[in-house]
Design a protein around this ligand. Structure first.
Ligand code: NAD
Length: 376
């Protein structure tokens, strides 16, 4: 069994394998190979991989063609899927709702593709939940980055030269990223308000010392998997009205509201941004999923006419690549161990396994996931 990890495209700083996890794989008897320089942007030098017993270097083409299993952070380019071995296994982030070309390519190549986005949110799969591990760090990084950009400070300060009020932070969408954003802003001394459409969140917000903004939207609820339901246009309008004043008073607004398998809802309109103070910052963590803020550009910072900076956050977890890679590689290893046969020293795909049923997209030359199969 030969496991290969390749360099990520487009300047992605994270890496799917850390030397610590590599040592565990080697300990299990897995022949492991990585491209040279793979962890450089996350502070993991080649020497550390070599020390863990990994083969470092070689041509990318050869590594890919010889792999029984490939680990990545991002979805691979389609032409690289085509060059993989029939029967190989591929683990990475990969959104089957939007990346349909890759889905078809994985099936055609006979590769068993596992999507980390589709990992079930169950107790058993918690260690494998890469969406949560990365969202957690994105929430942290959003606050740290905004604090560094802000021309004001976060905590209240009483000095002989005068008193400075604490920064006001508004977090919209309190899932994993939102909760960490609240906790981080709290540690910096900010005054925090938050809102989410799932009623269960109110208690969690309060327990972190933040104020929950009350907006009566009628029936909202959540899905059995714990995700938010899509609101009606009338409910979205009510929500915007309820949030406009809080946004106007805030120095920092962080939005994280996503809908599983659908574009993110626009919750902060240009009119709401126009009422904000000059110098205020909006960080849209849903920018890659369509954006919660009108006018956001993924990967860029837009400055509005009234001096508000809207940050189109794209995978902010990559700004703390050493730690996000540590967590991601652990998620992959937990998944790997779940299907590793220690006696036979092989990785066995059991499509009817409780976890694989959710995250295995293609197997045996076809799309096997019930949500994406042609006959479903
Ligand atoms: P997410 O990234 O899909 O969305 C972020 C947040 O935005 C969610 O809290 C969602 O309710 C909220 N949202 C959606 N539409 C909104 C709107 N119009 N206005 C305001 N907020 C809106 O969510 P997530 O971080 O993946 O977490 C979703 C839930 O799943 C959380 O309760 C989380 O704790 C839970 N979870 C459970 C497990 C597990 O059981 N193993 C693992 C991870 C997450």
């Amino acid at each position: 069994m030969r496991l290969v990890v390749l360099k990520e495209p487009g300047g992605e700083a994270r890496v799917a394998l850390t030397p610590a996890v590599a040592a565990k794989l080697v300990g299990l008897g897995v022949e492991t190979a990585v491209e040279a320089g793979i962890g450089a942007a996350a502070d993991y030098p080649d020497a550390a991989y070599a020390e863990a017993g990994v083969s470092v270097g070689g041509e990318r083409e050869d590594l890919l063609a010889g792999a029984d299993m490939v680990w990545r952070v991002l979805r691979p380019p389609v032409d690289e899927i085509r060059r993989m071995k029939h029967g190989a296994v591929h683990l990475s982030f990969f959104d089957p709702f939007r990346e349909t070309e890759s889905l078809a390519a994985f099936a055609a190549a006979g590769v068993s593709a596992v999507s980390m986005e589709m990992m079930p949110r169950t107790t058993l799969a918690q260690k494998m939940d890469a969406l949560s591990s990365q969202a957690n760090l994105a929430g942290y990084a959003a606050v740290i980055q905004a604090a560094a950009l802000s021309r004001g400070i976060f905590p209240m300060m009483m000095t002989p030269a005068g008193t400075l009020s604490p920064a006001r932070v508004f977090v919209i969408g309190v899932g994993v990223a939102g909760l960490q954003a609240i906790a981080t802003a709290k540690r910096l001394g900010a005054r925090i308000e938050a809102f989410d459409t799932r009623p269960v969140v109110e208690e969690q917000v309060r327990s972190l010392g933040a104020k929950f903004v009350k907006i009566d939207l009628g029936e909202t609820g959540q899905t059995a998997e714990g995700y938010a339901r899509e609101l009606t246009p009338e409910q979205i309008e009510l929500q915007r009205e309820g949030m406009a004043k809080v946004c106007a008073q805030s120095d920092l607004v962080i939005t994280t509201a996503k809908l599983f398998g659908r574009p993110a809802p626009v919750l902060v309109t240009a009119a709401m941004v126009a009422r904000m103070k000059p110098g205020s910052i909006v960080v849209d963590l849903a920018a890659g999923a369509g954006g919660n803020v009108e006018g956001v550009v993924p990967g860029e910072t837009v400055v509005t006419d009234n001096g508000v900076r809207i940050i189109g956050a794209n995978a902010l977890e990559a700004t703390v690549a050493r730690d996000s890679s540590t967590m991601y590689a652990s998620n992959l290893f937990a998944f790997f161990e779940h299907s590793w046969d220690a006696e036979g020293r092989c990785f066995t795909i059991r499509p009817d396994d409780e976890i694989l049923r959710s995250c295995l997209l293609t197997h045996g030359g076809e799309v096997v996931h019930p949500k994406f199969r042609k006959d479903s």
